[in-house]
Design a protein around this ligand. Structure first.
Ligand code: PEP
Length: 255
């Protein structure tokens, strides 16, 4: 049984004071919801404060990115050594990192390897652009991203993969549940080919892209989809709590 997971990617939003306030209000509600992993990914600068806010809470922390070296002359970067002990998860290969900061599958692969070496759990993001989707290239793009990002990674790891079609991120135009589930099944089949079926079954596969309290049911009611990576809606206490609450209720009905 895979434990469902909802992660909130706050992106470049919230000052430290705003992050503290948001995390405190989320903690009070989310601690009452069991049977699902809840992860907040605030900006780096708020991680220390939030680790204090979330002490003793079931709500976990994740980073939004990470460099692949432990220390050195890499101005502006944050290392796995700095994150170890502070966060349990790290988002890697988000499409915004790929498109605005030129991250390649090869770079993401190094980051995945190093995150695992440091005991951090990667939330690896994959997904196709609109023109690739329209050209029927979704599976081709995802295969390339999975093979590239997971090259030389041993099976059996505690990995989360978020399928995030780029055309659905921040646009208000989410994929429909069946289409998302079909691609997510394709991801699991690809992992089974890359590794083996047991290792593929252990990986939690999330959907991401304009998830809200109004459409989360469509995704988590699909057995293939283990949860969601949520951007904009994760900045609103009621919306994010509703996404978490609905997800666990629906997953319980399905077991
Ligand atoms: C994201 O950035 O990972 C994301 C899914 O954003 P949004 O929910 O805002 O589309």
């Amino acid at each position: 049984m895979r434990i469902p997971l909802i992660a909130g990617n706050w992106k470049m939003n919230t000052t430290v004071a705003e992050a503290e306030k948001l995390a405190s209000s989320l903690r009070d509600i989310l601690d009452k919801i069991e049977g699902i992993e809840k992860v907040l990914c605030p900006p780096f600068i708020s991680l220390t404060t939030l680790s204090e806010v979330l002490q003793g809470s079931s709500v976990k922390l994740g980073a939004q990115n990470m460099y692949f070296e432990a220390r050195g002359a890499y101005t502006g970067e944050i290392s796995p050594l700095m994150l170890k002990g502070l966060v349990e998860f790290v988002i890697l290969g988000h499409s915004e990192r790929r498109s605005y900061f030129g991250e390649t599958d090869e770079l993401v692969n190094k980051k995945v390897q190093v995150a695992l070496d440091f005991g951090l759990k990667p939330i690896l993001c994959v997904g196709e652009r609109l023109e690739e989707n329209e050209a029927g290239k979704t599976e081709q793009v995802i295969t390339r991203q999975l093979k590239g990002s997971l090259a030389n990674i041993e099976p059996g790891i505690d990995l989360v993969i978020a399928y995030e079609p780029i055309w659905a991120i921040g646009t208000g135009k989410a994929a429909d549940g069946i289409t998302a589930a079909t691609t997510i099944k394709f991801i699991r089949d690809t992992l089974a080919n890359l590794w083996d079926s047991d290792a593929a079954q252990k990986v939690r596969l999330l959907y991401g892209g304009s998830v809200t309290g109004n459409n989360i049911a469509e995704f988590v009611s699909q057995p293939e989809i283990d949860g969601a990576l949520v951007g904009g809606a994760s900045l609103k206490t009621n919306e994010f709590s509703s996404i978490v609450g609905q997800s666990v209720a629906i997953k319980r009905q399905g077991t």
